[in-house]
Design a binder for this molecule. Structure first.
Ligand SMILES: Nc1ncnc2c1ncn2[C@@H]1O[C@H](COP(=O)(O)OP(=O)(O)OP(=O)(O)O)[C@@H](O)[C@H]1O
Ligand SMILES: CC(C)(CO)[C@@H](O)C(=O)NCCC(=O)O
Ligand SMILES: [K+]
Length: 249
């Protein structure tokens, strides 16, 4: 079995797949390394023989996780690395090492699935949009704060924006003008995301008149999916790219 990890800034997404990649056996989202090992320990039937991971965390944090994986599972995790090109896909950054690895893998995954020009939007702690041409040229992209960062900044830098988490969840049942602080903030931030995605769509239409595929991924993808009717929501997009960047022969 292969353990795959996507270590983001707030959460670790993990899944265990069969060696041939055909079956997904177990998956989860955890908020710390410790919680990851607890989840794995709770499933002793898993026989992990290989591991590959992508991390946007610091090198020190990633190395610590790799060491713990070696200790507790006896596997040497293969970490996705930056590259200027993988197959037909060319990294569009001036310095390819600076492009976030999660973005790079999502781009690789999207181009593999789409086989044509793509717009890739990942909605997590941060929100990113990336453009890939029909020939596989990554044209660059955009980064902005995601929903968790927007709401945290508002509550950190104001005195009176305070509300509880449960109320916040209920506020997103609809997007009418808010009549409480929770509704006003939650809906306002979601509209920021939706506006961002709508703008990316306009840019893709202008850049790719021959047509393109839109891929949405990340924990908050569902909040914007209807902004782009034909979009493919692919929660595992980064893992699709991870398998391409780190084949385990
Ligand atoms: N099961 C879940 N666990 C955690 N967050 C979830 C879950 N489902 C949806 N979300 C939403 O996903 C968002 C986090 O997204 P995601 O897990 O893609 O990113 P992340 O790991 O925090 O960040 P990134 O990968 O961009 O660095 C949160 O805003 C949260 O509202
Ligand atoms: C933008 C994030 C935080 C999204 O997870 C990540 O891709 C990252 O840390 N990127 C490095 C900066 C860049 O991509 O230009
Ligand atoms: K991510």
């Amino acid at each position: 079995m292969i353990l795959e990890l996507d270590c983001g800034n707030s959460f670790i997404k993990w899944r265990v797949i069969s060696v041939d990649g055909a079956q997904r056996l177990l998956a989860g989202v955890v908020d710390s390394d410790a919680a990851l090992f607890e989840s794995l320990a709770a499933a002793p039937e898993l026989r992990v023989s290989r591991c590959r991971l992508v991390s946007v965390r610091s090198d020190a944090e990633t190395e610590l996780l790799v060491a713990r994986l070696r200790e507790s599972l006896g596997v040497d995790a293969v970490c996705a690395q930056c590259a200027s090109r993988v197959g037909a896909v060319h990294n569009g950054y001036e310095d390819f090492r600076r492009l976030g690895l999660d973005r790079w893998l999502a781009v690789l995954g999207a181009y593999h699935l789409g086989q044509r020009a793509c717009l890739v939007v990942d909605l997590g702690t941060a929100v990113t949009a990336d453009f890939v041409s029909a020939s596989g040229m990554h044209l660059g992209g955009f980064i902005c704060p995601g929903l968790p960062l927007m709401r945290d900044q508002l509550s950190t830098h104001t005195r009176r924006i305070r509300y509880d988490r449960q109320v916040a969840l209920a506020a997103l049942q609809e997007l009418e003008p808010g009549r409480s602080t929770a509704e006003a903030v939650e809906r306002g931030c979601v509209l920021m995301l939706r506006g961002f995605v709508a703008e990316q769509l306009l840019q893709a239409q202008a850049r790719f008149p021959e047509g393109f595929e839109v891929f949405l991924t990340g924990g908050d993808a569902d909040l914007v999916r209807d902004v782009v009717p034909g979009a493919q929501v692919v929660p595992d997009l980064v893992f699709v790219g991870l398998a391409i960047a780190c084949p385990l022969s």
